[in-house]
Design a protein around this ligand. Structure first.
Ligand SMILES: [Zn+2]
Length: 490
């Protein structure tokens, strides 16, 4: 909200469903193949070719819908969306219009505004209404760079034409760019989690568009809506919305008026610019696709898909808080990705210590993974081994400080914690008799400090601890050292 203005944002996400073949033909969906090699009469739109619906696309669409809280319609209709564009050989896209695959979604996300430094202020739940999730085919790609005569020609690659998409449309429920940002991240994580989509914005298999308008606080009527495209990352989307909101308020406050249009985000210039005036649904002359029967899914089918789904990320995050006593930020980070959540739970089982396992994964392990460019599922340290390391600390076999070095070595060599502890002779000294002996030596060697301490200079306690640790070459158990020293110094 800026000076009495309220921002209204609705989002559309296109997510590529992770099928091996296209939605209406058997061509491969593999990314990066020779241009136009994965094509056939159906996806080239040759006359007389007939589409056949890919069952796997329906299953993954159902996973996506259920994971986002949508209701799946038993019957939905494919429609032709007519428009001309060079990357659309048929002259229409097969999509869904008035009878979509799923609708009426209610999704709870966690969202937070950020302070000046970009840190979340307070995470709060927000319910987002998802209007619909429907199935459709993707278009091909126009190529404008990378070929020798590209200054004179544009090329078309139809490998992507016919790739299955789920289009997910929300109600205009977002009031800030951060809410939109957190929603897109939620959807991205969820679709990856349930295996419906890779949802990788960099590869273009998750794309989003934002409908942005502003109105005076208290107004019932929505302002003129502008559609933002070319939002190639969540960060770009956030910046584009912020820019657009300021632009719209600026125009209105100067007494101007806004046009319903589509604007492109130009990341380099840091601004949005007009692409075209916005089409309305009736511009597309939708009509039912005569070559495809209605899509009928039974309740049993939906139940089967539901049964095969893993525990969803938000449910798992809440369970981590309840069951393991983790904080919000710990549990959110550990459920940011499914393989990490699995890793954590396996480490908890092996160590019997949920809190310490969480700390070690969040600080030490993730740092190593990040710098090696790996994720939890491909960690060179198996979860059970990380659990074993945590257990060694809990049992007093090695100190926390030693364990840090052991972890780095485990990561580097793939050896077990026990092997490295043995090899390096890293056994923590916890025997109070032996520690007492070292303490006696240290005290005997520092008569001046001992005198000062006894005369009341208690800050010297730390000095003695340091001397003992040094004399034990870092092996002494600090807890035992502290206790024994206290007893000795009385
Ligand atoms: Zn094909």
């Amino acid at each position: 909200m800026t000076n009495g203005w309220e921002t209204i944002i609705g989002l559309e996400i296109h997510a590529q469903l992770s099928t091996e073949s296209k939605i209406f033909c058997g061509c491969s969906t593999r990314f990066g193949d020779e241009p136009n090699s994965n094509t056939c009469p159906v996806c080239l739109g040759l006359p007389g070719a007939l589409p056949v619906l890919n069952r796997r696309a329906v299953e993954l669409g159902a996973r996506a819908a259920l994971s986002l809280g949508l209701q799946i319609n038993n019957k939905s209709i494919f429609s032709r969306k007519n428009y001309f564009y060079p990357d659309l050989p048929k002259g229409y896209q097969i999509s869904q219009f008035d009878k979509p695959f799923s609708a009426n979604g209610e999704l709870e996300i966690m969202t937070a505004e950020r302070d000046q430094a970009g840190h979340p202020v307070e995470w709060l739940p927000k319910t987002v209404a998802i209007t619909r999730l429907h199935l459709e085919e993707d278009a091909g790609k126009n190529v404008h760079e990378g070929l020798p005569d590209i200054d004179r020609y544009s090329y078309i690659d139809l490998n992507r034409a016919g790739t299955p998409l789920a289009e997910i449309v929300t109600e205009p429920d977002f009031r800030t760019a951060w809410e939109a940002y957190d929603y897109v991240n939620h959807v991205r994580r969820t679709l990856q989690w349930v295996g419906a989509s890779e949802a990788d914005m960099e590869k273009g298999n998750l794309r989003c568009e934002a409908n942005v308008s502003v109105r005076k606080v208290g107004d019932e009527k929505f302002g003129t809506k502008v559609e933002l495209k070319n939002l190639n990352s969540v960060r770009f989307m956030h910046r584009a919305i912020e820019f657009e909101v300021a632009r719209q308020i600026g125009v209105l406050e100067a007494g101007g008026s806004l046009h319903q249009e589509t604007r492109l985000w130009d990341e380099r210039a840091g601004e949005t610019r007009v692409m075209r005036s916005k089409e309305e649904a009736h511009d597309y002359r939708y009509f039912p696709e005569p070559d495809l029967p209605p899509l009928v899914v039974s309740d049993e089918f939906v139940e089967q898909v539901r049964k095969e789904m893993p525990e969803l990320p938000e449910a798992r995050r809440r369970r981590f808080m309840d069951q393991y006593g983790l904080s919000y930020s710990d549990s959110a980070q550990l459920t940011s990705e499914r393989s990490l959540a699995d890793y954590y739970e396996a480490a908890v089982e092996a160590s019997g210590n949920p809190r310490t396992a969480a700390n070690w994964i969040r600080s030490e392990l993730l740092r190593e993974l990040e710098s090696a460019g790996l994720y939890a599922g491909s960690s060179p340290i198996p979860a059970a081994e990380l659990g074993a390391l945590v257990k060694s600390i809990d049992e007093g076999k090695i100190s926390g400080k030693q364990a840090k070095d052991v972890l780095v070595e485990m990561f580097r060599t793939g050896k077990s914690a026990a092997e490295i502890i043995e090899e390096q002779g890293l056994v923590q000294l916890s025997d109070s008799g032996e520690i007492e002996k070292i303490i006696d030596e240290v005290l005997a060697a520092s008569p001046g400090q001992l005198e000062s301490y006894r005369a009341g200079k208690e800050s010297l306690f730390g000095f003695f601890v340091g001397q003992v640790m040094k004399a034990s070459k870092g092996k002494a158990n600090p807890k035992v050292v502290n206790e024994t020293l206290k007893a000795k110094l009385g």
